[in-house]
Design a protein around this ligand. Structure first.
Ligand code: 5GP
Ligand code: ZN
Length: 107
């Protein structure tokens, strides 16, 4: 999607403060953090929202959710963390490229 900001981040066309990357997934710190540690995990594949996901996305969703505890631990969120997926205008979604928020504080 040429006009999608997270596709541009995934393609390296817009810089980000990277947390993790592999062939399918990218994680980076949120530009307007709502917690001392606040990062986003996205698929590199453009999927507009969780509402657009079907059975064909289950493996990708599993990969993303499976990364949450590992990346949270690497970011020092030993006390725990909060996750969120805003979906659709009614769900407060602003960037229409699927992403999981991870919020917490170190220690
Ligand atoms: P949403 O409300 O769609 O779940 O949240 C989108 C999030 O993306 C917001 O927390 C916002 O701060 C973040 N965001 C929007 N544009 C950028 C950007 O260019 N870089 C980064 N790192 N985060 C962004
Ligand atoms: Zn996109």
């Amino acid at each position: 999607m040429s006009d999608c900001i997270f596709c541009k981040i995934a393609a390296g066309e817009i810089p980000c403060n990277k947390v993790y990357e592999d062939d399918d997934v990218l994680a980076f710190h949120d530009i307007r953090p709502l917690a001392p540690v606040h990062f986003l995990i996205i698929p590199k594949l453009h999927v507009a929202s969780l509402a657009e996901c079907g059975p064909e996305h289950e493996a990708l969703l599993g990969r993303i959710m499976g990364l949450v505890p590992r990346l949270a631990a690497e970011q020092g969120l030993a006390a725990g963390f909060k996750t969120g997926i805003n979906t659709g205008h009614g769900g407060g979604q602003e960037v229409f490229h699927l992403h999981v928020h991870v919020f917490g504080h170190k220690g």
